[in-house]
Design a protein around this ligand. Sequence first.
Ligand code: AMP
Ligand code: MG
Length: 336
Amino acid sequence: MNTVILSASNEDIAFAASLINKGEVVGIPTETVYGLAADAMNEEAVKKIFKAKGRPADNPLIVHVSRFEMVYDIALEIPPLAHKLAERFWPGPLTMIMPKSDKIPDVTSGGLDTVGIRYPSHPVAQALINISDKPLAAPSANLSGSPSPTNCARVYEDMRGRIPAIIDGGECDVGVESTVISFEDGGIRILRPGKISVEDFLTVTDKVYVDKGVLAQLDADAVAKSPGMKYKHYSPKANIILIDSEVDAFKNYVSQNKCENTYCLLFDESEAVAGVGFLTYGVTSEEQAHYLFERLREFDEMGAKTVYARCPSKDGVGLAVYNRILRSAGFNLIKL
Ligand code: AMP
Ligand code: MG
């Protein structure tokens, strides 16, 4: 299959919408990461997403809408708090899990009786939903297990020959996937952290639980509340080792443990270790979220075997950065 790159012009978005309406899969920009979109209510189309990604069938997809009213068709029940959260954070990087209506096929929800729903703020994603007039199921546009793509070139790298088209909408703003929440006990539980943070939710409800799976590896026999959490994730080919320490201890550790093709992932270049190559991913949590996945892919291009990474702060969107980098490191965390 030939994969064409489309622009974000009205004409190209209309063409992408015609592909969606024919049951095809299109790579699309969102404010978080690029997605692989198909008609969420078309079982055959959704199956093509799983095939293109090589995604396990029990890992559910998020359904994207372009106005709140679309939720009534997708969810069987809408918790009162969902209205409040939508008012505050939609459109934006928040996915809310609700009981699913019969219109959403089981393939879309990975066999669960719930569905994750999000209203993205990216104008191209909104336009495509509006013009195709379909809610779009869209997971991240990477091959299953790889870091999520935050620009069109990375989607092309993974999806070339697997999908008919990608819309190039430039670089994604946030850089990590949406915050995924479920409703519990009159409040919410964060299943996957993202840009909408614990601190943000606390402005709307005082019951904010952070699921155990956010910060730690789930036991092999534990039932994952968010099935995606049980799979290998965000993994580059390089072996990432996350080092939780002050900068001097970090530098010492790296100089004593460096071998061939060892690199560092630093906040900024002042932390460089003599004789060891590095990339930086920024000083603020926002910068780190924006650059993390792209840097992981760059290390692979550089032929990195081992990458020692500075450990991000867990505040705000930092919790999402920590959650992703910990998984890309296969939970290999060294505290000094
Ligand atoms: P991705 O599509 O790559 O952004 O991954 C979607 C994430 O949302 C996965 O980690 C899923 O496990 C999670 N998710 C989607 N729908 C549900 C649901 N109904 N219940 C629990 N988690 C969900
Ligand atoms: Mg993903």
